[in-house]
Write a protein that binds this ligand. Sequence first.
Ligand code: ASP
Ligand code: MG
Length: 424
Amino acid sequence: MNTERIRVYKFGGASVKDAAAFRNLSRIIQHQDDGSRLLVVVSAMGKTTNALEALLGLAFRQQDFSAELEQLKAYHVQVLQELFSKQDHPAHERLEHLFDLLRTRLSEISPTDNFDWVYDQTVSFGELFSATILHYFLAEQDVYNSLIDSRKYIQTDNNWREGKVDWAWTERLVRRDVPQLLQQGLVVTQGFLGGTNNGHTTTLGREGSDFSAAIFAFCLDASEMVIWKDVAGLLNADPKHFPDTVRYPEISYQETVEMAYYGASVIHPKTIKPLANKKIPLYVKSFLDPEGEGTKICDCRFEVQAPAYIIKENQCLVSFGVKDFTFISEKNLGTIFNALSELRIKINLMQNSAISFSICTDYNPERLERLMQTLQDQFVIHYNTQLQLYTVKNYNAESIKRIQEGKEVLLEQRTRTTFQIVCR
Ligand code: ASP
Ligand code: MG
């Protein structure tokens, strides 16, 4: 195994959203010249994954998708044209080929296909496009780099759209090839994607590129990982909702995992564990201010951090009552939990009272409908939608007042460190 320092950089969609962003990314990469080896994991350009999901929706409903596909292609071709002056640059041909493959795949979709499987085989193209462009662009800038296909390294089961990683196998494959390639220069690969042992593509869940980078960092015993974002680091709230955010200069793995769990969208929740297991520090930095300090997430401990505000939108509060006015029993709870687990309904918060049991969950009409069908014979079920779940970690009196102001609170819960309300 390579004993030199290896860094893993992850660049999200915003950092490759147009030609200027690619140029900026290349400057950041060329700036790090302390002799470390570098592996770069890249997301799909801008909002490409959403566009691919929309295309898939059309194709699955057997509707015409050609205009939308052309639009997505034009977006990528435009970036290529700005990055490469030569019309016959091999990047053009390569991208053309990938778009042909995508078109073929989409036109082969039948409404009887397993949707989640088709999703992985088509929505995965976003990262294939962006990594290809990055590979050729860096080469054009005289940054020697090899492009590897992450589907051949990150091995998963066939739990489509949320592939479960086979760590031992993945580690063996990564260690077999990647250190050697890193000796020769930079390595570029796609985020979000994995592969099964029989050659199917899987994806790791939306925003999963952070996780991909952490998998590579783990397997390579990296000395650090950096997530490059359009914010200054890990903030205590989303600046879209709170005007006066503060950046955490340093924060523990534990705190970060909890924030991700409560819904902070800054880092994919699965990212931390592999890094924490090997004590690999994770930096969150701004690609708009690469010299800025950012946030260091590591194996550290702090007494009290500034309160963190986390909002989950589009929540649904479901309450189950017993029909005969007896109390909610453990047996009743068992029945409810079984149904939730079968339907993959995730509980964001729950509360029990004498005659009813309530859960707050992301609103998913189909799953809710099936839950009602399963349980309505045994329980009186009520639900409210269009709610928000507010969480304040490390709360104080002032922060509680702040989030409650002007809200109708349907449910409230607090522990020693965390205060939560479901409200509208
Ligand atoms: N492109 C994928 C998404 O938008 C994965 C990622 O960006 O992390 O969800
Ligand atoms: Mg993305």
